[in-house]
Design a protein around this ligand. Sequence first.
Ligand SMILES: O=C[C@H](O)COP(=O)(O)O
Length: 250
Amino acid sequence: MGFHMKKLIVGNWKMNGDLASNAALLQTLMPKITSATCTVAVCVAAPYLASVQALLSGSAMQWGAQDVSQHEVGAYTGEVSAAMLRDFSARYVIVGHSERRQYHGETDVHVALKAQRALAAGITPIVCVGETLAERELGQTEEIVKRQLAAVIHANGHCISEIVVAYEPVWAIGTGKTASPEQAQHVHAVLRAQLRAASAHADKVHILYGGSMNAANAQQLLAQADIDGGLVGGASLKTADFLSIIAAAS
Ligand SMILES: O=C[C@H](O)COP(=O)(O)O
């Protein structure tokens, strides 16, 4: 990053948790997160937004959702709109997570629209990009992540500095395999250059790393010049591990 900016650690709970375990986790985390630590958020399943909002309001922690509809309002059964997320004061929403791209057929076009809906509602989209193992082995990593980010830039050029980007190599998600700090930094630098070409304010964009970030590897990853935080899956469900990652980022 180009100037001093607090790092951002986002827990992506995915389809885990329940009312009781969510509350227990947040009640342990909350007192440890202050204005002196890095920025911390949790992205929770939509049904839990109200309870998470009630728990975290007034704390230093932020909350968000894991997906948003590409549509504004109307006959879209099962969808959740950006305005609905805003009703629960969601600060962030993840868009284009590889699990959505892979299991729900989301394309770059959908992801760009979702980012647009979030921005229009005043919610920060966390735009996920990343290559599969096959794509990496074919030497296509840069091409893939640039194509994924270009779609979002194309649709949101005027406010691109308001987004968060998450580089998540698909082969590192939930596998225990992490990109090396050098591998991750290389891709982050590519993404930073792409953002700089699109915006004079690109250096204020947080580019997060995601993919088996844990207590043991967080410090080295976060020490890289263009790694501004983490999007943490599995380790965000374990209090001690998540706190270690937060400490490494603070
Ligand atoms: O959004 C988070 C990523 O998919 C990483 O998940 P993970 O930390 O369980 O590998």
